[in-house]
Design a protein around this ligand. Sequence first.
Ligand code: ADP
Ligand code: MG
Length: 321
Amino acid sequence: MPLSESDIIQRFFSRDYRGHPNVMLGVGDDAAVLSVPPDKVLAVAVDSMVAGVHFPENLAARDIGYRALAVNLSDLAAMGATPLSATLALTVPEAQEEWLEEFANGFFELAEQYRVALIGGDTTRGPLTVTVEVHGLLPRGRVLKRSGASPGDLVCVTGSLGDAAAGVRLYRGALDAHPARDYLRRRLARPEPRVQAGCDLLGVASAAIDVSDGLLIDLERLTAASGVGAVVELEKLPLSNALAETFPNDARELALTGGDDYELCFTIGNEHMPRLDSLRANWACDCSVIGEIVADSQVICKEEGVVIQLPRHGFDHFRTS
Ligand code: ADP
Ligand code: MG
């Protein structure tokens, strides 16, 4: 017998939320109910992913579930918020048990890691689209925004850049087993939201954004919000060995303009660098200084101290060979 809408919700998306101190009511009623402690405020973000637009059609169901939550937790991380709960609006072409089970397994794998309660959602039929809304807590009066950067602050990024964009290219081909290519595909399929880094940076970083559309675009958003500019030193861009080895000619271009990395790009005053050094020792990722905030409201790139003009289309100048 085909699964009904309520069968799907019951079987795959109703997990015990008791034990989550802020969830008063979860899946099953007309709305969920959250409690927010008086010294906290709620941070809310939502992101939709459409198959073939925001992720490759051949991405495994388990990865789709994981990624849909990961990209949202990344937004909370960029605000310094601690994840609390999520809702899930799922549109699927058909009620395929195996697919739904794998999707839910991927979603809950990450949800359990960060103790995120799935508290509600919506289930509809149509072209595959996954919308997740996340809720996080911030101490009242403290938030990490895009708008706090000032001239002289250092520009930093977590992890490495360009891997996920390389992963997009690799999903277009045969999914052959190869260590470097597996790594790059995994960076697209399983972004690791920098939750620990984001929470630690609250009160330490001056501004932050998560890199979803590409470093240059996202850094421009941060500098525009802050009313400043930035100089990025190209030789300091963190590139993974897998990226440099697989796409030696395009590694830098992918790192500057490729999206989907979900690393944090943040700015920090020099005086906070010792604090950052001790915090980052507990992070599961690297953290690199890639440039500096300047008063002039533009993002420019330098290589060995020389300004490199960024062509509007294409980035041939950045090719290393
Ligand atoms: P309504 O008709 O009031 O919109 P639904 O039948 O859509 O209710 O949903 C019933 C309950 O299941 C609600 O609590 C809703 O939040 C939850 N729900 C529906 N779809 C999902 C889903 N994909 N994941 C989690 N909860 C869901
Ligand atoms: Mg509904």
